[in-house]
Design a protein around this ligand. Structure first.
Ligand SMILES: Cc1ncc(COP(=O)(O)O)c(C=O)c1O
Length: 466
């Protein structure tokens, strides 16, 4: 075989590393159905193998990758498989995994179109498709962040900029100290990361005016205070426990002339817009001013990927630009000037790969399938003797053991230890419960039934001596 330039280049080793990583990764994935979801005690103990002094001299690439696989792969939580139901965690669609591998070989910085023309192009396409499938105003700006936490931060920074600008205060120049006061009004169920974003932006937790919620965790619209142009309102599409939606359209419509900024944390719930069967729950939510959704949750892109969307691109650009803002009507803005990160990976390419490989019908089917699995879980848990505490309107199920609430967390632990599946405990409306979130494309009906069998075994063993 003739020697190519690559054979003679230091990059040759990168090709070999990629081939080996690809082999090891493929073996990892094919082993997922037969392995425990959480690592065993022995797997965790074996992590000690990494406690070695830093080598004085180079070690082989192959040896390094094999060590990573031998001791690292078993100590992962198999959240990329079909039986991880904790937090709200998606798996990795095949096209997104492939795109991640390919984009890693590119090693692009999607800073602007000089550093990554393809990154900027595909993020622009992904943004357009996202706005379409999520039913959001087409002129909105889209920024790709590490997750919903930073997407909340991005949108809220834009909101802060806009609300203060309406009061004649340019926060970029004059800072927060001495600025006109803003009122922060939030669902009492707002996610902790939205509160974290607020505190990062200089708002204190004691400043937040909480709005009461109903038994499903939805803001009670009639209890909303009167809004004006000093108000930043934080609502949710998809409660972390119940999956319920705040009446965003109704609140936004009432606030229409007030000048308040309505922000929606829809980290997973906004994907309900992609299916006719669930979109009704998001009626008129496009009236809000900003929205957050994750790629790494229900769209099943690899970690990490959050998406910050603002109806008017200008305030977020003013808040994020590293030089004099230069938003032009109809023009494009460098990604670095729309999100907190200056240098970052082309994570929007994986969103493009997910949306392209699934198409509109595939995304809708993914949402419907997960919701159907959630209903199957609810029915199965009820059959075992649980009380379902939420209306299963989406992919979330919260269940408690009626006569002995302390059993719920113990059941979760028992199932985790069995290795069959993983879900966690929660507290809902003051009651101890288990929470099951179905967000992985890889979950099958069989995964659901095997998990229910593990729950049944746990109940049997834990109640035997009662
Ligand atoms: C409603 C909501 N908002 C925000 C977050 C935080 O998302 P991330 O971990 O992507 O920052 C979550 C995580 O579960 C969530 O459910």
């Amino acid at each position: 075989m003739p020697q190519t330039l690559l054979d003679a280049s230091p990059l040759r080793e990168s090709g070999a590393a990629l081939a080996l990583a690809s082999d090891l990764g493929a073996k990892y994935i094919s082993g997922i159905p037969d392995r425990h979801v959480a690592p065993s005690k022995d797997d965790l103990t074996a992590l000690k193998a990494f406690d070695e002094p830093m080598p004085n001299s180079p070690q082989t690439v192959e040896g390094t990758l094999r060590k990573l696989d031998t001791f690292g792969s078993p100590a992962t939580v198999a959240s990329t498989g079909g039986r991880f139901f904790g937090l709200v965690v998606g798996g990795t669609l095949p096209a997104t995994l492939g795109a991640r591998v390919l984009t890693s070989t590119w090693d692009q910085i999607v800073f602007n179109d000089a550093t990554s023309p393809v990154g900027v192009k595909l993020e622009a396409v992904a943004s357009r498709w996202l706005l379409e499938i999520l039913g959001l105003p087409r002129q909105s700006s889209v920024g790709f962040t590490t997750g919903a936490t930073m997407a909340n931060f991005t949108c809220l920074a834009g909101a802060r900029h806009a609300l203060l600008a309406r009061q004649g205060w340019d926060i970029s120049k004059r800072g927060l100290q001495g600025s006109p006061p803003l009122r922060i009004i939030a669902s009492e169920q707002i996610h902790v990361t939205a509160i974290k974003a607020l505190t990062l932006l200089g708002f204190g937790t004691e400043q937040i005016e909480y709005v009461p919620c109903d038994a499903q965790g939805r803001v009670i619209a009639r209890t909303m205070p009167k809004l004006d142009s000093s108000c930043l309102v934080l609502l949710q599409a998809g409660n972390l426990n119940s999956g319920a939606f705040d009446p965003i359209g109704e609140i936004a419509a009432n606030a229409a002339e007030s000048g308040a900024w309505i922000h929606v944390d829809g980290a997973f719930g906004l994907w309900a817009a992609a299916s006719d069967k669930t979109a009704g729950q998001l009626a008129a939510y496009d009236r809000a001013d900003s929205w957050v959704v994750d790629g790494h949750k229900w769209l099943n892109t690899p970690y990490d990927c959050g998406i910050a969307i603002t109806k008017s691109p200008e305030p977020v650009h003013m808040a994020m630009a590293t030089q004099a803002p230069y938003l032009k009507v109809g023009g494009t803005v460098a990604p670095k000037d729309m999100v907190p990160e200056f240098s970052r990976s082309t994570r929007g390419v994986e969103v493009w790969a997910a949306l392209r490989s699934l198409g509109k019908s595939g995304v809708a089917e993914l949402i419907d399938r997960c919701c159907s699995h959630a209903r199957l879980f609810a029915a199965g848990l009820e059959g075992i003797g649980f009380e379902i505490l939420n209306d299963v309107v989406l992919n979330q199920v919260v269940a408690s053991w009626p006569d002995n609430e302390t059993l719920a967390p113990r059941i979760a632990k028992h199932v985790q230890d069995s290795g069959t599946a993983w879900f966690g405990p929660t507290t809902w409306q003051g009651r101890q419960a288990i929470r099951i979130s179905v967000a992985s494309w890889a979950t099958t009906v069989r995964d659901v039934t095997e998990t229910l069998s593990a729950v049944r075994r746990a109940v049997f063993e834990l109640t035997e001596d009662l």
